[in-house]
Unconditional design. Sequence first.
Length: 125
Amino acid sequence: MQPGSDFLTPEECAEVDKALLTSHDKFTTRVTIYALRSLKQIAQQANTSIDSLQPTQIEEWVYQDASLQKTGDSEFRQFFSQLVISSLKPLKRIAREAGVEIESLAIAQVVAWFEKEAKKKLEKN
C-alpha cells in the first residue's frame, strides 16, 4: 500500500478493533497510526528523523496528501494537519517507553500503549 493512499490498512484496522478501547480511544489510536505512517514518509522525503521534523513540513505534506485533496476543504486539511502534529506527543512517549526511535515503532506497540493508558484511566476512576 502506498502511504497516504488509505487512512488505515485492513490489518491496522483489525489490530485496533480487537483492542480493549473505547470508541474515542480507538479513534485516537487510528489517527496516531496514520500519523506514524505519514511521519515516516515525511521524514524519509526530508531525509531527516521524525524528531527533527518541523510543524511546517508536516503541514505542507498533509496539504499535498492525495487522499485529502478530494475534500477540497482547506479547513479540514488544516484540522487534519494539527491532528498529525499532535500525534507526535504520544508517539514520542511510546517510543521513549519502548526504548526505540519513533521510526522503529510497530503498530502493535502503539495499540498496546493506548490500551495501557486506557487501563490506567479506568483504574483511576
